[in-house]
Design a protein around this ligand. Structure first.
Ligand SMILES: Nc1ncnc2c1ncn2[C@@H]1O[C@H](COP(=O)(O)OP(=O)(O)OP(=O)(O)O)[C@@H](O)[C@H]1O
Length: 272
């Protein structure tokens, strides 16, 4: 085994020992190929329940690719092949008998650019619960919509205009609407792929505050280009480089005393 791989394995092993909570998502030896390209190499990591795990690293290092493995979004890319094992609550999410639609209800996703449906605010939130048959009456649906919008810190801003179009909201409000939409089907995990990159600093601060509240109830995994954001919102951070996880640990430790030279170089701005 070469020295880097050895160091990586040891760092990962040490990291799982002090996860700071029960492991909710466990990945072992995950490899991802886009055709011939080996984009993710032997990634292993534990992610704790009801906490925020941040993925950081330079562009193209595989953060989004790995995030998409967690709700099998890569299945939609025909040239993409995933090997290894990912479990959520000990359940193998790549088990062939698994219903991917149900998986994506358990593992919601929020994208870089807010992408509300061209429907009313109410319908954006009600859409998922309706498809999954979660409400037996209009009153129950109203309750789900209100509860989801409250959890997404949007209710007070939209309660008097639920029938207005979702796309008419500001960028930050649209992103909170997308979070409400994800919450509405009662997921356990929420994946966020650079959720603030299209937002101004005030809208970003609101989403960061919201992420901190959401971790009381959800397991959150966030890809971010902003190290400040990772430091503000996450309890644990994984540093990706060239398709491998170099190092995982408590966020404070990763930013103050990383074990690996590559992490040190990245967080001090020597590359990336
Ligand atoms: N759909 C795809 N088809 C082919 N190659 C892809 C595809 N998506 C990603 N890749 C390649 O896989 C590698 C990892 O990309 P990925 O988007 O996961 O990185 P990233 O760390 O999230 O980057 P960024 O921070 O720029 O979003 C890159 O080399 C990228 O070109």
């Amino acid at each position: 085994m070469d020295a880097n791989v050895n160091a990586q394995t040891q760092t990962q092993g040490a990291a799982s020992a002090d996860l700071g909570g029960d492991p909710k998502i466990v990945a072992r030896n995950v490899n991802v190929y886009y055709g011939e390209k080996h984009a993710l190499k032997d990634v292993s990591i534990d992610m704790a329940e009801r906490s925020v795990t941040a993925f950081i690293g330079p562009s193209g290092c595989g953060k989004s690719t790995f995030l998409r493995c967690i709700n099998r979004m890569n299945d939609t890319i025909s040239i993409c092949r995933v090997t290894g094992k990912i479990t959520i609550d000990d359940y193998d999410i790549y088990d062939p008998s698994l219903d991917v639609v149900q998986l994506r209800a358990r593992v919601g996703m929020v994208f870089q650019k807010p992408n509300p449906f061209p429907k009313s605010i109410y319908e954006n939130v009600a859409y998922g619960p309706r498809i999954h048959g979660l409400a037996r009456s209009k009153a129950e649906m109203d309750e789900i919509v209100e509860d989801s919008l409250r959890k997404a810190s949007l209710w007070n801003e939209v309660k008097d205009r639920l029938n207005d179009g979702g796309t008419g909201l500001s960028g930050g409000q649209q992103q909170r609407l997308c979070i409400a939409r994800a919450i509405a089907v009662s997921p356990e995990v929420i994946l966020m792929d650079e959720p603030c990159s299209a937002l101004d600093p005030i809208a970003t601060a609101k989403i960061e505050e919201l992420i901190d509240e959401l971790r009381q109830n959800f397991t959150i995994v966030i890809v971010t280009h902003s190290m400040q954001q990772a430091a503000r919102v996450s309890q644990r951070t994984a540093f990706f480089h060239l398709g491998v996880i170099v190092e995982t640990g408590p966020t404070e430790q990763i930013f103050t005393s990383p074990n690996d030279r590559r992490t040190q170089d990245y967080i001090t701005g020597r590359f990336g």
